[in-house]
Design a protein. Structure first.
Length: 169
């Protein structure tokens, strides 16, 4: 009796492939999906000008946000161009509702201090809402503190979407 080990090995390999090819296909679809999402996000950031914002000074970022909020229909006042702004960089108002805005043009994630500062400046500037806007992201601690104190957070993704929405108008 002759046993052809190479044929048995080939058949075994072929049967194994038949069992696992759906997993490889699924993995390929997931990888392609992630790449498409990554390219889309890069395109979105590029179109919104986020990469240019990354190179702005803090003062330039505040001025940029003032213009952005004006495009969104807010009356805008820059108050934070100096030290001792008590966590307020902009005061924006729309339909009688005043919001204090803390602007953070940073290369790192924004932490709880920014949320504490803007929340602390609410009453000092007679505002009813508080918001922190950054060209980056927020730490998990900052997100939790903001949620607990009803402080609105605009991270990199939110900022890009809002900028793009004003360009469509």
């Amino acid at each position: 009796m002759y046993i052809n080990f190479s044929e048995i090995a080939f058949q075994s390999l072929f049967q194994s492939f038949q069992l696992i090819w759906p997993l490889y296909t699924l993995l390929l679809i997931v990888v392609i999906g992630k790449l498409v999402l990554l390219f889309y996000k890069h395109y979105q950031f590029s179109t919104a000008g986020i990469f240019e914002i990354d190179h702005m000074s803090g003062d330039d970022f505040e001025k940029f946000l003032a213009i952005l909020f004006e495009k969104l229909g807010y009356a805008t006042k820059i108050v934070g161009s100096n030290k001792g702004d008590y966590g307020a960089d902009l005061i924006i108002e729309k339909q009688g509702e005043r919001t204090v805005v803390q602007a953070k043009c940073w290369h790192n994630s924004v932490g709880v201090k920014a949320v504490q500062e803007v929340y602390g400046s609410l009453h000092m500037h007679s505002c009813t809402k508080a918001c922190v806007v950054t060209n980056n992201y927020f730490t998990e601690q900052a997100k939790r503190l903001a949620e607990a104190n009803n402080v609105e957070l605009w991270d990199r993704n939110t900022l890009a979407k809002i900028i793009l929405s004003t360009k469509k108008r």
